[in-house]
Ligand binder design. Structure first.
Ligand code: SAM
Length: 265
């Protein structure tokens, strides 16, 4: 705990990024990854295989953008580099360890970028201002040949909504839908080919037969995404991680644009 607090203090990030909890979360994900590495292995492998499959028909020296790159556990950066591609990594936080690993590689670019465009406006919000709308994020990202949305879609509204509730900031009723729809539009603007990997459902298992289930994405977004090409389980928190009697499992799905790249798709 003390080490994590120190790491939080030492990690450079804008004050709004820290205030909304993104740095704390990145550090916590890294710590959980270390504890749950074995339970996460199947999910991480699935993500990496789908990204490699989506990249398999790209021309040489293509640019692949990975949005939600974070600690890169689920991103096959080394393999994509071996194929000769350029990699653009986009996340609101990249911890020092991740940046150090590719600091000398001129084919890897890091963008610490808020893909919603709403973190700062929310942090700066004043009582007299009108309520925030999930307006299109100002796109300061370069174009790419393939844009991957990697385990980020369902996460986008969470910290924003929590922060707004804490500070009594009014958000429009369709906030979550609009925000996620904006992300899907952004992906199409960024690249002719896209791959979306996101959790669909959260399952809380108290015993082997029954789980309490929670949708991870709004219905309108699921309808827009249509049928996923693959679905698998991410054993994100085995018993003992969040609670001694309950484990948390995410149903994760994958939507490639264009023709389906994996034989299972
Ligand atoms: C579940 S993690 C993805 C896993 C990550 N690839 C890894 O291996 O650590 C979701 C990521 O989305 C990022 N994120 C959340 N909201 C964001 C935003 N508005 N803009 C950019 N990144 C955001 C978080 O910082 C986090 O790294």
């Amino acid at each position: 705990m003390i080490l994590e607090a120190l790491q939080h203090f030492l990690t450079p990030a804008a004050k709004e990024v820290k205030a909304l909890g993104f740095v704390r979360e990145s550090i916590a994900i890294e710590a959980r990854y270390k504890r749950c590495r074995r339970a996460w292995a199947g999910h991480l492998d699935k993500c990496q295989q789908h990204i490699l499959a989506a990249a398999s028909d790209l021309k040489e020296k293509a640019t692949i953008m990975i949005i939600g790159s974070g600690a890169l556990h689920d991103a096959p950066v080394d393999e994509l580099l071996l194929l000769g591609h350029r990699i653009v990594l986009v996340d609101i936080v990249h911890l020092a360890k991740v940046r150090r690993k590719y600091a000398q590689n001129d084919r890897v670019t890091f963008f610490e970028h808020d893909v919603t465009g709403l973190i700062k406006p929310l942090f700066d919000w004043q009582e007299a201002a009108p309520s925030l709308t999930a307006a299109k994020a100002k796109n300061k990202l370069p174009g790419a040949d393939l844009a991957v949305s990697l385990n980020i879609l369902s996460q986008l509204p969470i910290n924003l909504i929590t922060y707004a509730a804490r500070r009594h900031i009014p958000l429009p009723g369709n906030f979550e839908n609009a925000l996620l729809a904006d992300h899907l539009d952004l992906l199409s603007d960024l690249a002719p080919k896209q791959l979306i990997i996101s959790d669909l459902e959260r399952q809380y298992w108290a015993d082997a037969d029954a789980a309490q289930r929670e949708e991870a994405l709004p219905k309108d977004i699921c309808q827009r995404l249509k049928e996923p090409c693959d679905i698998w389980d991410w054993h994100i928190a085995p018993k003992g991680e969040l609670d001694k009697n309950i484990s948390l499992r995410h149903k994760v799905a994958c939507w490639p644009s264009g023709k389906s790249p994996l034989p299972s798709c």
